[in-house]
Design a binder for this molecule. Structure first.
Ligand SMILES: Nc1ncnc2c1ncn2[C@@H]1O[C@H](COP(=O)(O)OP(=O)(O)OP(=O)(O)O)[C@@H](O)[C@H]1O
Length: 248
């Protein structure tokens, strides 16, 4: 589904990602761990094709096609979708309007909104006055309307309280594992995901198949996500860096 080969990226003339190799198989969900400033968001933004993330080496393949040079809108139409960490407020743009444009004819918006319990937000300006948890739910709703085949989720549990995390985790599980009841043929098939998480809480809701640890813009190791999280909790990221140095 997604294959990243030897990717190096510069932002503002500074190299922030170095020789990244990463895969997400079709129907699988992988998680990305790493300390603050490691380059996790930059990696997701680069995969999605945001401007300012300059690929200086390497390639990104999606569904077997080289998308390294494609603009964001074309990547989105091919099935890539992102939940960013800090989406902007959109004053004057109602959530309903954006959903209708995003979904087109293929998705029954009202059924979707109802299933995700977002009815009361439809006629509000996007993100304006939304709480942290509401922003996450709104972002997920927008992604659900887009029906991507690969979900790029940047810290879906950050800023979310314990009650909302179960709601948001449940939404993500439904979307990734094809458990949505309403409309959308593609949504029923189950999808792939690449999720950034600091705490690993999302793994209580979504089955994660593989984990990667990113430090200083480099993938340090990959493996069973729960084992990696256990190692991080016990030894911290410093040990990952030492371990990588020892291996090379
Ligand atoms: N537009 C930009 N201009 C300059 N530097 C940037 C820009 N975007 C990101 N960076 C830098 O790239 C590095 C990686 O940032 P990134 O947001 O990807 O980290 P992260 O791993 O997602 O961190 P966190 O866990 O804190 O969200 C940081 O040092 C950041 O300041």
């Amino acid at each position: 589904m997604l294959e990243i080969e030897n990717l190096s990226v510069e932002v503002g003339g500074r190299r922030i990602l170095k020789n990244i190799n990463l895969k997400v198989e079709s129907g699988y969900t992988n998680v990305l761990f790493g300390p603050n400033g490691a380059g996790k968001s930059a990696l997701l933004m680069t995969i999605m094709g945001f401007t300012g993330y300059n690929i200086v080496e390497g390639n990104i393949y999606f569904k077997g096609e080289d998308i390294t040079d494609l603009p964001l809108n074309e990547r989105a139409s091919k099935g890539l979708g992102i939940m960013t960490q800090r989406p902007p407020n959109m004053v004057g743009v109602k959530l309903r309007d954006l959903l209708e444009v995003t979904a087109g004819e293929k998705v029954n918006i009202d059924a979707l909104v109802h299933e995700l319990n977002m009815d009361s937000f439809l006629d509000r300006d996007i993100n304006v006055g939304f709480s942290g948890g509401e922003i996450k739910r709104s972002e997920l709703l927008q992604l659900a309307a887009q029906e991507p085949s690969l979900y790029l989720l940047d810290e879906p549990e950050s800023g979310v309280d314990l009650v909302n995390i179960s709601q948001i985790g449940g939404m993500i599980r439904k979307l990734l594992h094809g458990e949505m009841k309403c409309a959308g043929k593609r949504r029923k098939e189950g999808h792939s995901g690449l999720i950034i998480t600091h705490t690993g809480q999302i793994m209580d809701y979504v089955e994660a198949d593989k984990g990667y640890i990113l430090c200083n813009g480099t993938i340090m190791c990959s493996g069973n996500p729960r084992e990696l999280l256990g190692e991080i909790k016990e030894h911290g990221y410093e040990e990952c860096i030492k371990c990588k140095v020892t291996q090379s």
